[in-house]
Design a protein around this ligand. Structure first.
Ligand code: SF4
Ligand SMILES: [Zn+2]
Length: 322
C-alpha cells in the first residue's frame, strides 16, 4: 500500500539549509475524528483512513517511501500518520519503535518530527522515542491551530485546552524534545484581516510559552485549504467561506519571523482537489517560491521584495465575507 502522501521540500535546521521528507502513512485514522463527527472542521484526513489496516502494512508503507525517494540531501524526516503517532490503537508501540529505528539507521538525518494529539502523550512514550532515535533531534508536533480558545475549540472543534497544551509542552521539555506547533491561517468564520491577526497572536503565544518552559520551538503555519469531505468543504460550497490569499501568508511571516523559527506548509497532502490558497496568475508562483526560500533560509528579503497590483484587492472581492 502507498502512503497517503510524501514529498521532499526545503527546510532549515538550526541555521542549516536542508530538505525534509514529509510522509503521511495510512492508518486506521484519527480516533478523535471517528468519535466526534469528523473531528476538526478543516481536516479531511479521515477520508484516507483504512479500516483494519495491519501494523505490518504501516511499516511496509514507510519502507517503500524510504526506497522511492533520494534522501541524499534530506536532513529531516516528518513521520506523520492520519491521526496521532502516539495513539497505541493507531500505531502500536512495537510499530513505533520499528519505524523510528529505520530513521535512526540513516546517519545524516538530523531531525525527526512526529505528531500527536495531547491526550496520547506520556513521558514514557516520549522517552522511548528519544531512546530509539539516539542523538537525533525529536521535534514533537502538536496542532494548537489557534491561541484563541473560541476559534480553536468552537470554530475548529479541536477540543484542546491551553492547560493541556502547556502540560504537553512541560512533558516535551522534560523528555528533551523540541516543540513544533501547527497554527492555521484562516480558519472558518474569520475575515482575511482577522485571520492574519489570529495567526500573528497565536505565534506570539507559542513563543511566549516556549520561553516560559525554556524549550526550543518552531511554528508551522498551515494556510487552510479545502479538504474533500470536510465540514469546511460544505461551508466553501455554500459560499460561506472564502479562501485565504497568499499575500496574507506573506504578511503573517513578515509580522512573526522576528519572534522565532517559522515554517509555512505549502502542500495539501493530496486532499484539496486544487482548492488551495492562491493570489493571481501573475504572482502566485513567485510568492510560493519565496515562501519556500524563506522556509529554507528564514531570510525574508525575497518576501519583502515581492510586488503585484492584485495585493491591493485582497478582501475587496464581492461575495462571501469570510
Ligand atoms: S486535525 Fe488532527 S486531531 Fe483534528 S481531526 Fe484531523 S487528524 Fe484528528
Ligand atoms: Zn498578483
Amino acid at each position: 500500500m502507498e502512503p497517503a502522501f510524501s514529498r521532499i521540500s526545503p527546510v532549515n535546521i538550526n541555521g542549516i539549509n536542508t530538505n525534509r521528507l514529509m510522509v503521511v502513512l495510512k492508518t486506521t485514522g484519527c480516533e478523535y475524528a471517528r468519535q466526534n463527527h469528523g473531528g476538526c472542521t478543516v481536516c479531511g484526513f479521515i477520508k484516507n483512513a483504512v479500516n483494519n489496516i495491519s501494523q505490518d502494512d504501516i511499516i511496509m508503507q514507510f519502507e517503500r517511501t524510504l526506497k522511492t525517494h533520494d534522501l541524499n540531501d534530506v536532513g529531516e524526516i516528518d513521520l506523520l500518520t492520519l491521526g496521532s503517532f502516539l495513539n497505541d490503537s493507531e500505531v502500536n508501540p512495537r510499530t513505533r519503535v520499528t519505524l523510528l529505528k529505520m530513521i535512526a539507521d540513516i546517519p545524516h538525518i538530523k531531525r525527526v518530527s512526529i505528531e500527536s494529539r495531547a491526550e496520547y502523550v506520556t513521558i514514557e512514550k516520549l522517552a522511548e522515542c528519544k531512546k530509539v532515535l539516539k542523538n537525533k533531534i525529536l521535534d514533537f508536533g502538536i496542532g494548537l491551530e489557534s491561541a484563541n480558545d473560541y476559534v480553536r475549540n468552537t470554530v475548529i472543534n479541536k477540543n484542546l485546552s491551553k492547560e493541556d497544551f502547556e502540560k504537553t509542552v512541560m512533558m516535551l521539555k522534560e523528555s528533551g524534545c523540541t516543540l513544533l506547533v501547527y497554527l492555521l491561517i484562516k480558519p472558518p468564520t474569520l475575515t482575511e484581516s482577522e485571520a492574519v491577526d489570529d495567526a500573528v497572536q497565536s505565534a506570539k503565544y507559542v513563543f511566549s510559552v516556549a520561553k516560559k518552559y525554556e524549550i526550543n520551538a518552531r511554528v508551522a503555519f498551515e494556510p487552510v485549504f479545502i479538504s474533500e469531505d470536510s465540514n469546511l468543504e460544505k461551508l466553501y460550497l455554500q459560499s460561506e467561506y472564502r479562501m485565504l490569499n497568499l499575500w496574507s501568508v506573506v504578511e503573517v511571516i513578515l509580522k512573526t519571523h522576528q519572534e522565532g523559527c517559522i515554517f509555512v506548509g505549502l502542500s495539501d497532502e493530496n486532499l484539496s482537489k486544487d482548492r488551495m490558497p492562491n493570489s493571481c496568475p501573475k504572482c502566485d508562483e513567485n510568492i510560493r517560491r519565496e515562501i519556500e526560500f524563506f522556509n529554507k533560509t528564514q531570510d525574508v528579503s525575497g518576501l519583502k521584495g515581492l510586488f503585484c497590483e492584485c495585493k491591493d484587492l485582497i478582501g475587496k472581492k464581492k461575495g462571501a465575507l469570510v
